[in-house]
Design a protein around this ligand. Sequence first.
Ligand SMILES: Nc1nc2c(ncn2[C@@H]2O[C@H](COP(=O)(O)OP(=O)(O)OP(=O)(O)O)[C@@H](O)[C@H]2O)c(=O)[nH]1
Length: 340
Amino acid sequence: MLYTESKEKSAELLRAVLALMNQHSAAFNPVTYAVCYEYVAGINGRLNQAFDHFTRTEARLSDNTMVRLYREHIAGIDDKTMERISGDMQRVMTGMSESAARTGNEAGDFTQHLAGLSQALQSSGTERLGLHLGQALQQTEAMRSSAAALQAQVAASQREIEQLRTDLQRAREDVFMDALTRVLNRKGLDHKMGQLLRTPPNAGTQHALVMLDIDHFKAINDGHGHLMGDRVLSALGELLRLSVGEAGSTVARYGGEEFAILLPHATPALAKEVAERVRLRTKALKIRHKQTNEVVLTLTLSAGVATQQHGEDATAWIARADKALYQAKESGRDRVSLAA
Ligand SMILES: Nc1nc2c(ncn2[C@@H]2O[C@H](COP(=O)(O)OP(=O)(O)OP(=O)(O)O)[C@@H](O)[C@H]2O)c(=O)[nH]1
């Protein structure tokens, strides 16, 4: 016999019965419940046939149809079937009372009520089943709204937690983010470098660092104003974000007009290629007047590349890249130098 074995099955049955009741316009009452219960349980073949027959012409069965189905196919059913329904109801109530108890305090009162109800179902004769069905139905309705409220509460809590998680993540990112250029700040770079230094490079690769510095940036500030200088920094930040797409790469503003690119598991050749790409794109960048769109200035940058030597710490690694950058500046700017 279907649905008589376990509480899980009984609860599953109840859910299916409620879903079916929802699909029809008949009132939520014991008659509708009994009809839908029998239909879902599949224990009354003639009822199912009649039910299906009616749904062909009446998509949402009315009270009248439910009463008719009840009178013609259920009212006269034997005691054994009544007992079976009673047993299943009891299991459903017990199962639900247990899960309600698990759900928390709010469901506590309801749990007690269900326990009492299932006892009543157990001890009374089948002639009182209709009455108990009615009570059970009322309680089921109460449970439905309480469960819906609980679900809404859980969903609201989940949304709150999600929002908190997002806020926390954003706050974490903000700590590591340079507001002007929208790339990582010095702190973010330190953090990333720390992580990278704990990660051995893959065979045949080395972690690489590119230090970049805008050429004659002081002259830009002096000639066009500090605000224009800021715009240039912001534009370079965007250019770097768009130009450096290597897996696991990091772009950061090291300070002032100096930027850094971290390239994990790279080679000197790849690092030089990335630095050249950025240098050329920067050279091609045109800063325009906001209103007239006229090109106001162009710029160049110099870069120093250093791949991490075995056992080298962050300070020594940055110092070698900086030294290469200094060489690039010394030998004429607008170029890339490799560290020794
Ligand atoms: N607008 C603006 N200027 C900044 C910022 N941070 C640093 N600077 C300026 O960047 C300039 C750096 O100048 P220098 O270190 O002399 O170097 P440079 O003029 O770029 O010359 P080279 O590096 O030798 O090519 C200084 O004028 C700083 O005031 C900033 O956030 N905004």
